[in-house]
Write a protein that binds this ligand. Structure first.
Ligand code: GDP
Ligand code: MN
Length: 382
């Protein structure tokens, strides 16, 4: 689960990390009000889960009321890489001289958490990692002992951070590691940590991802889950207990098992289609789960056709087929064409049971995907 910047900043502030004063706003008037309270200059920042908001026009600085009004009008409601901006964070602008990078994640290769510090923050850190890997200092941590303060100081020193702010930055590194550890986070990242003209270090951006499987013991983060969801569809997926990722194509994909769904995504792409989503309904495919899955894909206005890729295991193909029939019978009119590929236990029986008036049945996965892509193209042209 990825937190919005405003949520992560609240967590940061509670953990004692220095963050600029800020307020969340959803209307132009609220933005102006917040700016007046905070005092100019302010930064107006789009709150959507996309990286590189700055470059994409999702962050604007304002010196006065007319500028902040203009910034709010241009950002609220804008389309940022496929997402409509509904909330902005109004924040005291930081007058900075340097932008640093601080992050903690799990290094799966080493089997240990890793703390990363770089003097080259602000920009795309993946680009730095690619073009100038030595500019990112990595310090591995023994999770049983935690990050020793000398390790934080060493990482900051090795990264070449200016001496007069090194102590403050090391403190930030230490706090970020502890926050990562205490929160069951998979990632905590501050890009950039800004060094102000007064030589103070502040967290100007905030990324925090929490392991969803740990939410049962992280009640505070569990409470943030609904608000952290990017849109209604993701919130719905949380309610239904589905693994769901929204993509920007028009072919809806439903399968039981992550590998099966990934394969379907690849094939849709191979046959010239564009996946609208990743949706894994998990083991079994009772009518209710199928109904919920269809509700998900049909609620996505980008979807022009849907492919079901189901492998019958313990849940037999005939049961799945009954589930699909029952789910589709609830519609007076089926909103978009649905293609089904059924394999595994009792697949033949299942295909027999599937109602041809409601769905197109294909025996092979390739056939099903090709048919769905055709349907999606036809629907898309209308
Ligand atoms: P991201 O582009 O989505 O990662 O958003 P960030 O919060 O990291 O902001 C991107 C860039 O916008 C920063 O690296 C700064 O260059 C600029 N920026 C953000 N906030 C401020 C601010 O308060 N003052 C100034 N001068 N620039 C800012
Ligand atoms: Mn950033």
């Amino acid at each position: 689960m990825k937190l919005h910047e405003y949520q992560a900043k609240q967590v940061f502030a509670e953990a004692g990390l220095p963050t600029p004063g800020s307020a969340l706003a959803t209307t132009v008037d609220e933005v102006v009000e917040a700016a007046e309270d905070l005092g100019y200059p302010v930064a107006v920042k789009a709150q959507v889960h996309v990286g590189g908001r700055g470059k994409a026009g999702g962050i604007k600085l304002a010196e006065n009321e007319s500028e902040v009004r203009e910034a709010a009008e241009s950002i609220l409601g804008m389309d940022l890489k496929g997402y409509t901006v509904e909330k902005v964070l109004v924040e005291e602008a930081v007058d900075f001289t340097n932008e640093l990078y601080v992050g903690v994640t799990m290094d799966r290769g080493e089997g240990e958490p890793v703390v990363m510090v770089s003097e080259q923050g602000g920009v795309d850190i993946e680009e730095v990692a690619h073009e100038n890997p030595d500019a990112i200092v990595r310090e591995h941590v023994d999770p049983a002992f935690g990050l020793h303060p000398y390790q934080a100081r060493k990482a900051v020193y090795d990264a070449g951070i200016d001496q007069d702010v090194a102590g403050d930055v090391a403190k930030i590194v230490q706090t970020v590691y502890e926050l990562w550890d205490d929160s069951d986070a998979t990632e905590v990242e501050i890009n950039p940590v800004m060094i102000t003209s007064d030589r103070e270090a502040v967290a100007a951006d905030a990324v925090m991802k929490i392991d969803e499987d740990a939410l049962f013991r992280q009640p505070d983060f569990a409470d943030m889950e609904e608000e952290a969801a990017e849109d209604e569809l993701e919130a719905k997926a949380n309610d239904y207990g589905f693994d769901y990722v929204r993509l920007d194509g028009n072919v809806g994909i439903i399968g039981n098992g992550a590998g099966l769904v990934m394969t379907t995504l690849d094939l849709v792409d191979y046959y010239g289609g564009k996946p609208a989503n990743f949706l894994d309904i998990g083991g079994g495919a009772k009518a209710e789960r199928v109904t919920n899955a269809l509700d998900m894909v049909f609620s996505d206005e980008n979807v022009d056709a849907v492919v079901f890729n189901i492998f019958g295991g313990i849940t037999r193909g005939d049961e799945v087929a009954k589930g699909i029939n029952a789910a589709l019978e609830q519609f007076d009119e089926i909103p978009k064409p649905v293609v089904v590929r059924l394999a595994g236990t009792n697949a033949a029986e299942g295909r027999e049971i599937l109602n041809d008036d409601l769905v197109t049945v294909e025996e092979t996965l390739e056939g099903a995907v090709q048919r769905t892509v055709e349907y999606a193209n036809e629907e898309g042209d209308q």
